[in-house]
Design a protein around this ligand. Structure first.
Ligand code: DC
Length: 220
């Protein structure tokens, strides 16, 4: 069974998707990490992120590995380099939407995402276009939302834990900008699948959201 979890930046997708995967014993796939890994590499190689040809060549040639540790913990590698922490930096976050807009980059990464289904029949896959494009036949589809300020506060806490101190208003502005790019791009924009179950996580605990999804999975 495939459980697709989509939603805007910092809507709680990662935490919730991992917990659902853990509870059900499913494989967890973070597709955002793949776009981030390509972005990290482009920045490292000083490739202009608006140059679609160069970025596409990079994405096509890159060897992206997401290795499992225990309990849905994972590490992300690109061409053998461990970028698990580096891909969460504010610099990567600021550039990733520009790269995720490139249709041919998406095609390359979507192919890889679909190939996981050959190995893992049961997966929780998290992203922006999972229920609409990557796995339109997923048995369970969830779309998570939360108010921009709540999402900014969550992201600010996460960043602080990683040593990046930013004002909440700065984080909120960055999130809104990223959502706008993600939702208005031509190729597979951030969108709710018509058959997705919407959960507003603003006033809910992680446990409550996880339980709602588990209930949905049991029904489907
Ligand atoms: O979930 P995240 O914040 O790590 O995602 C990083 C970026 O990647 C985000 O700006 C949108 C993009 N993304 C995407 O376009 N499609 C996906 N399936 C996952 C992420």
């Amino acid at each position: 069974m495939i459980i697709a979890i989509d939603g805007p930046a910092a809507s709680g997708k990662s935490t919730v998707a991992r917990e659902v995967a853990k509870r059900l014993g499913y494989k967890y796939i973070d597709t955002g990490a793949m776009y981030r890994a390509v972005t990290w590499k482009a920045l490292k190689e000083k490739i202009d992120i608006t140059k679609a040809d160069a970025i596409t060549a990079l994405a096509r040639g890159a060897d992206i590995e997401i290795t499992d540790l225990k309990d849905t913990q994972y590490r992300v590698f690109i061409d053998g380099e461990d970028v698990t922490e580096a891909i969460r930096s504010p610099k990567v976050s600021a550039a990733v939407s520009t790269i995720a807009k490139i249709g041919r980059v998406r095609t390359a990464l979507v192919k890889k995402q679909r190939s996981y289904a050959d190995t893992y029949p049961n997966m929780v896959v998290e992203g922006r276009d999972i229920g609409t494009v990557v796995f339109p036949d997923a048995e369970a589809k969830v779309f998570l939302t939360a108010s921009p300020i709540e999402r900014a506060k969550r992201r600010q806490r996460e960043l602080k834990e990683k040593g990046h101190k930013l004002e909440v208003t700065t984080v909120e502005r960055d999130i809104i900008t990223r959502d706008k790019i993600d939702a208005t791009r031509i190729t597979s924009p951030l969108a709710k699948a018509p058959d997705a179950y919407v959960i507003d996580t603003t006033d809910k605990t992680i446990g409550q959201v996880v339980q709602l999804i588990i209930n949905l999975v049991k029904k489907s």
